[in-house]
Design a protein around this ligand. Structure first.
Ligand code: ADP
Length: 272
């Protein structure tokens, strides 16, 4: 895979000479493969929930009235889950496109403690109790000056990754706390499988996914962390990733003091 790929062309040169042109196409071929893997992943990501939805719908239309209420409820619950899976994929595709090319969105006061509370509750609702539980620790109540849609998208990706890549016996902790220097940080920490060191520098590239042999690979498109990175840079924030195989991972977003809005200011209308 790492081998250099050359494309060689021979073209006429003058009366009786030939010119040999060797072009290094390693990066080009790599990008082509990444792109076609991406299309395959996106198609798979849409097809799976559609197949599941269709199956449930057929069951419900064919004999839904005769089903016990509990089975009926379970099926509708699964349909909601599959729909939200498709929705987050489409949201991610639109977010990344907008973040990569669109102008920055206007900033407002975003009440991060409320946002995190909502995200953690949502994460615990989906497919409970077959996944790692999410615990929220609010050591700070400060808000951020930023764009709510973008921050929602970034934080949702970090939390859903932690849940997705962990086992049900693991735990996920989301912590919002103040930094000594006046900034504020979000830590999303899990006790999951961890990420091999060599992958860490590339995780935030779009479409980049870690394939580990022998592990059942989880569904995904490799867009989540690319979105997180873009959103952080638009908020003058930094993303740190720490991970140890077999012990877990921690994703940290550090926001500077200029982005922090204290509790009393946050409730003031039209801030700043
Ligand atoms: P996706 O989850 O769609 O593959 P992301 O950009 O969100 O894309 O993540 C990139 C890769 O980083 C994932 O494929 C996964 O291998 C790895 N990863 C992200 N978060 C975690 C985590 N909390 N624990 C283990 N691996 C993770």
């Amino acid at each position: 895979d790492e081998a250099l790929q050359l494309e060689i062309r021979i073209v006429p040169y003058g009366e009786d000479s030939r010119l040999l042109i060797a072009q290094d196409v390693t990066q080009l071929r790599f990008m082509e493969r990444v792109r076609s893997d991406f299309v395959a992943n996106v198609s798979h990501e849409l097809r799976t929930p559609l197949t599941v939805l269709r199956g449930y719908m057929e069951t419900l239309t064919e004999g839904g009235q005769d089903l016990p209420a509990s089975s009926y409820k379970k099926m509708v619950q699964r349909m909601v889950e599959q729909t939200s899976r498709m929705q987050s994929l489409v949201d991610n595709l639109l977010s990344l496109t907008r973040l990569e090319s669109g102008p920055p969105k206007p900033a407002t006061v975003v009440q991060v403690p409320l946002l995190l509370d909502r995200l953690c509750k949502e994460a615990n609702l989906v497919e409970a109790p077959e996944h790692a539980p999410v615990r929220l620790v609010l050591d700070s109540q400060v808000s951020l000056l930023g764009n709510e849609t973008d921050l929602h998208s970034a934080f949702a990706n970090l939390i859903s990754n932690a849940v997705k890549y962990s086992r049900p016996s693991d735990t996920v902790t989301v912590r919002w706390s103040q930094e000594e220097a006046g900034g504020v940080r979000l830590d999303v920490e899990d006790t999951g499988p961890g990420i091999p060191k060599e992958h860490l520098p590339r995780l935030t590239e779009r479409f980049y996914r870690v394939e580990i042999e022998g592990c059942r690979s989880k569904s995904g498109t490799g867009l989540g962390l690319a979105i997180v990175k873009h959103v952080m840079s638009r908020h003058d924030a930094e993303l740190f990733i720490a991970s140890e195989l077999g012990r877990g991972s921690r994703f940290t977003c550090v926001f500077p003091p200029s982005r922090v809005v204290a509790g009393s200011d946050a409730s003031r209308p039209n801030f700043p």
